[in-house]
Design a protein around this ligand. Structure first.
Ligand SMILES: Nc1ncnc2c1ncn2[C@@H]1O[C@H](COP(=O)(O)OP(=O)(O)OP(=O)(O)O)[C@@H](O)[C@H]1O
Length: 253
């Protein structure tokens, strides 16, 4: 089945605070960016899509199966979970274990049969271009390599929907470029949703971008389209477009 994700009027609240406000979009294979300032609701939305949290209202379907329906767990929740890869904003690695062992454990914990975990780990490490560090201890990796290890762990069971929460935060430009290349490859056959507040990261890897502000989706369109919203100035067209959309707060493509 063609990888797909369908989100319909999903909301989440913390007490009286609306963290996610009736967000709807659908996606097929490819890399999609989720942009927004601090507190916009990106992580809250991703944790719902990752099925860690049940939304207060709304429905989520992935690969034709229902994860949530009208704010309740759906009949396909377990099946959706098996086909999801999620890298949260903060994650732990087993520092004294090898890079490959970390990915094998992730594969095993996601239900990959023990006889297949080694080859699953090899595949995932290859996808993030970390094969040459497979035998290194995880604690010896640089920040960018550690992020790639986290992504390899999320990919270990070959999920068709991949959710990455700020995978490029705190990386230097060279590490960021390496990670962008890996993500572009991964997105060829999967739905990949990447949250970030670094606008330029999306310019090279994402075809489409969603912008959230104060819980609501205020833009859903092509990266090039976002760039058209800004006026020429000191920042890049994409950054200018993003700022204009945030300032207006109501434009939807
Ligand atoms: N566990 C929680 N309890 C109460 N409020 C929360 C909780 N988690 C998030 N919030 C609130 O929900 C809103 C959205 O937060 P969220 O972390 O989803 O935003 P974000 O866009 O991911 O931000 P950042 O870029 O800083 O990670 C914020 O107002 C935040 O304070």
């Amino acid at each position: 089945m063609r990888p797909s994700l369908e989100v319909t009027t999903v909301s989440q609240r913390f007490g009286r605070r609306v963290a996610v406000d009736r967000v709807s979009f659908s996606a097929g294979p490819g890399v999609m960016g989720l942009l927004g300032p601090n507190g916009a609701g990106k992580s809250s939305l991703l944790s719902i899509l990752a099925t860690h949290v049940t939304p207060a209202e709304g429905s989520v379907m992935a690969l034709g199966r229902t994860a949530f329906e009208n704010g309740r767990p759906g009949s396909g929740l377990d099946a959706v979970r098996r086909d999801l890869g999620y890298l949260p904003q903060r994650f732990e690695v087993m520092g004294w274990s090898s890079v490959k062992r970390n990915v094998e454990v992730a594969a095993w914990s996601q239900g990959v049969p023990s006889g297949e975990v080694a080859s699953a780990a090899d595949r995932a490490l290859d996808a993030v271009q970390l094969t040459d560090r497979a035998r290194s201890r995880a604690r010896s990796l640089s920040g960018g390599m550690r992020q790639r290890l986290g992504i390899a762990c999320a990919l270990a069971h070959d999920p068709k929907v991949v959710l990455l929460d700020e995978p490029t935060a705190a990386l230097d430009p060279v590490q960021r470029q390496g990670l962008r290349d890996s993500l572009a490859l991964i997105g060829q056959s999967r739905v990949v949703l990447i949250s970030t507040h670094i606008v330029e990261d999306l310019a090279h890897i994402a075809e489409r971008v969603l912008v959230m502000n104060e819980g609501a989706l205020i833009f859903d369109g092509a990266v090039n389209e976002l760039a058209l919203h800004g006026s020429p100035g000191e920042v890049s067209p994409l950054e200018a477009g993003y700022r204009a959309i945030l300032a207006d707060g109501s434009i939807a493509a």
